[in-house]
Design a binder for this molecule. Structure first.
Ligand code: ADP
Length: 226
């Protein structure tokens, strides 16, 4: 599903964020990426959804070579990948429903289908009742659930989550993790960066440890050991 072949990322200021990374993430895996601050985790996952491009090496997502993709194919590929961030990035002037429907409208989906699909996704994330609320009327955990709904409403093959629980207390963090595990059980590949040791150790999923831009450990049922 996701292949990295000898991927190196150098930023224009001379920082080498990734060094010779080789990775294979299989379909339907749930992978956590851990490492100290500045290790290269965000750069690694930004390369998967093409927010960053490697300087050397190749990345394949769903059989497509991201390093030689035509510009016109990028939106098509991005549709296969949902992304969630630590700070939710919701649109403040739009309701919960509109935040989720927005991406569907932009992709040209008929209004009737949008009206059918959005409530189902809001049900999945436990926010059906709040469809008319605005982001500032929601708790952090609820806002992150809206962000997850928005990320998965187009049924992507891959869900990328960069520190999705970073701003949440343990109870809300666990609700988000349970939701990501549920989405993974439905067949979506999930790649998540996190600093949350308790969560990593409890979920018993694959753990990739990044240290100074390299994969220092890759454990099938991993523990948080940085
Ligand atoms: P992490 O997510 O593990 O904290 P990052 O991938 O954000 O690490 O950063 C890895 C390294 O790349 C760090 O040294 C960071 O300062 C540097 N870096 C990240 N983004 C940029 C950028 N846009 N320009 C220059 N250097 C960057």
């Amino acid at each position: 599903m996701i292949y990295f072949e000898k991927v190196t990322k150098e930023y224009p200021n001379g920082t080498t964020a990734l060094k010779d990374i080789n990775l294979h993430i299989k379909p339907k895996e749930f992978v956590t990426v851990v490492g100290t601050s500045g290790a290269g985790k965000s750069t690694l996952i930004r390369c998967i959804f093409m927010e960053d491009r490697p300087t050397y090496g190749k990345i394949f997502v769903g059989g497509v070579d991201l390093t030689s993709i035509r510009k016109s194919d990028i939106p098509y590929l991005r549709r296969k990948i949902g992304v969630v961030f630590q700070d939710y990035k919701l649109l403040p002037q739009k309701t919960v429903f509109e935040n989720v429907s927005f991406a569907l409208e932009a992709s040209g989906m008929p209004a009737k289908e949008i009206k059918n699909r959005v409530p189902k996704i809001l049900q999945l994330v436990g926010l059906a009742e709040k469809h008319n609320n605005f982001p500032n009327e929601l708790s952090g955990g609820e806002q992150q659930r809206v962000a997850i709904a928005r990320a998965v409403v187009r049924q992507p093959k891959i869900l990328i989550a960069d520190e999705p629980t970073g701003n949440l207390d343990p109870k809300n963090a666990w609700e988000i993790i349970d939701l990501l595990l549920k989405i993974n059980q439905y067949g979506t590949t999930v790649v998540m960066t996190t600093h949350n040791k308790d969560i990593v150790n409890a979920i018993k999923k694959r753990v990739i440890t990044i240290n100074q831009g390299r994969v220092s450990k890759d454990q099938e049922v991993g523990r948080y050991t940085i």
